[in-house]
Write a protein that binds this ligand. Structure first.
Ligand SMILES: *Cc1c(COP(=O)(O)O)cnc(C)c1O
Length: 368
């Protein structure tokens, strides 16, 4: 049942866009290559359960998350697809992982030793650190030792092996090639190749469409966002953005020249101006540093003025508008568009971070 919302501030998620991105990727991949939909961090702020369902219906065959809690949410929703936790899961989670068919990442000898007592069936993917410097096996002898350990503990079922690239989104490819090479060197130590070998994130799969093993991990670009400015200029197919952020005008006032607006009274109306209040603020993810970001009203860009408050902000209109006038902060309105990339540039960060800062206070509304 659809919940009733009172505040007119919404994140709208177009699930068809997500499905289209998956279908377009699928068409590009060899038929045996599976798509693992990355739904960590509440599906990059898009809503984990809804996105997981849409992704699976569009051809993704597995899911991946970062934490045990994220995996449990997916199982609690009744989704039975394979789930891989790509982050470090503690030994205290083994029982649940085994019961609920959640695959864990085996990333070090210490981790394997810490789970040694378990002795009930458990699926793992082995993580190779080929040059990212975070979790994973780096050295050949350490991996060899781990493989022997696993042989001796046959309740540990290795269903996959993977690595992660740190520079696949950049033009320069030397480090990428080095990582691919190092990964293959360590992969050669497996007597039997695990069923699913996977290396590519969105950037790697979009950039190097032929080298993908058995599965790819599709994250940011499943949501229609290019992993980097370099990749946005070099995409094999157009990405469709799924997310927009909208609100409505709750008050409009005509103010005289010099009228102070917002905390600190730092902004003063430059002339006689139409100032509107919007019910969205930094507690929603509209960070104070976005004070010079524009928003769309009647298909035109207008500026935020004054300091952004916790729950509200003010904009300067070109003309008076009725209460309830639609305002787009991210997304398209008529011929204009504000992309997540624009916020990212404005905040000197990456689009990934923007997806994660749109707070859970904003309801997500889904359309097909
Ligand atoms: C987050 C993550 C991904 C997804 O990366 P995108 O750039 O969003 O496609 C893939 N693999 C691992 C290990 C990750 O942590």
């Amino acid at each position: 049942m659809q919940q009733t919302y009172y505040r007119p501030t919404f994140v709208r998620i177009n699930l068809t866009a997500i499905k289209t991105n998956i279908q377009n990727l699928k068409q590009m991949l060899p038929t045996h290559t599976q798509i693992i939909a990355i739904v960590k961090a509440n599906a990059y702020g898009h809503g984990d359960i809804e996105v997981a369902k849409a992704a699976l219906s569009a051809g993704a065959t597995q899911l991946a998350v970062a934490t045990p809690e994220e995996a449990l949410r997916i199982r609690d929703a009744g989704i039975t697809a394979e789930i891989l936790i790509i982050g470090a899961a503690p030994a205290s989670f083994l029982q649940k992982a085994s019961e609920l068919n959640i695959t864990l990442t085996a990333y070090s000898l210490e981790w394997l030793k810490a789970i040694q007592h378990f002795k009930r069936s458990l699926k793992v993917h082995i993580k190779i650190d080929s040059g990212m410097g975070r979790i994973g096996f780096v050295k050949e002898n350490e991996l060899k030792e781990a493989l022997i350990f696993i042989q001796q503990n046959s309740w540990i079922q290795v269903t996959g092996v993977f690595t992660h690239f740190s520079t696949a989104d950049e033009e320069e490819r030397e480090h990428f090639d080095e990582q691919a090479e190092r990964f293959e060197r360590l992969l050669a130590l497996f007597e039997v190749k695990p069923p699913i070998v996977h290396t590519s994130n969105s950037a790697a799969v979009l950039r190097y469409p032929t080298q993908h093993w058995d599965a790819v991990r599709f994250g940011i670009s499943m949501y229609g966002i290019a992993p980097s400015p370099f990749l946005s200029k070099n995409l094999p197919f157009p990405l469709k953005e799924a997310l927009s952020l909208e609100t409505e005008v709750v008050q409009v006032k005509k103010v005289e020249k010099g009228t102070p607006i917002g905390y600190g009274a730092k902004y003063k109306a430059i002339d006689e101006e139409w100032i509107a209040t919007l019910p969205i603020g930094y507690a929603d993810g509209l960070l104070r540093k976005l004070h010079n970001q524009s928003v769309l009203v009647k298909g035109k860009r207008v500026s935020i003025v004054g300091k952004i408050c916790m729950d509200q902000c003010m904009i300067r209109l070109n003309e008076p508008v009725p209460l309830g006038e639609k305002v787009v902060l991210i997304g398209r309105q008529a011929a204009e568009e504000i992309k997540i990339e624009e916020w990212a540039e404005n905040l000197e960060t990456i689009p990934y971070e923007i997806c994660c800062i749109l707070s859970n206070r904003i309801p997500r509304i889904y359309s097909e």
